[in-house]
Design a protein around this ligand. Structure first.
Ligand SMILES: [Zn+2]
Length: 158
């Protein structure tokens, strides 16, 4: 029988930071603030995978206090999660994530994101769903103060 997990994350948008979403650098005047690259989408996905495995969250494994993760690509987090799942005997059945952001349009980058995530986790692209929506101008994503992401993941025993 499989397991499911859920992940949620939010980061503030600030000037002077690269915007990295789903492991892909996207041209933008603002980027997401964070100890790592602030990749809100990958953080939500990592938490969904960890949750499905019954593990603690991303902040436990990759704490802000650890200089190793300063400015780190969040793809490294997914690679670490992949190893952790492998050791515990789990394989990823599928994952699905939604980005909540007013701008920019990420449609042109979706396939590159899926490819980056697939490489980091070692899974086929058909197991990876990535979507984006605006918040219709409401709340912090709507005002462009930040971005949020939600993800679910399903694991099976290897
Ligand atoms: Zn985060």
């Amino acid at each position: 029988m499989g397991r499911v997990g859920i992940g949620y994350d939010a980061h503030r948008l600030v000037t002077g930071r690269k915007l990295v979403l789903g492991g892909v650098v996207i041209p933008s005047e603002k980027g997401l603030l964070g100890h790592s690259d602030g990749d809100v989408l990958l953080h939500a996905i990592a938490d969904a995978l960890l949750g499905a495995a019954g593990e603690r969250d991303i902040g436990h494994f990759f704490p802000n206090s650890d200089p190793r993760w300063e400015g780190a690509s969040s793809l490294i987090f997914l690679e670490e999660v992949r190893e952790l799942l492998k050791r515990a005997g789990w394989v990823v059945e599928n994952l699905d994530a939604s980005l909540i952001a007013e701008a920019p349009k990420i449609g042109p980058y979706l396939e590159a994101m899926r490819a980056a995530i697939g490489r980091a986790l070692g899974i086929e692209l058909t197991r990876i769903g990535i979507k984006a929506t605006t918040n219709e101008g409401m709340g912090f994503p709507g005002r462009g103060e930040g971005m949020a992401a939600m993800a679910v993941a399903s694991l099976e025993k290897a």
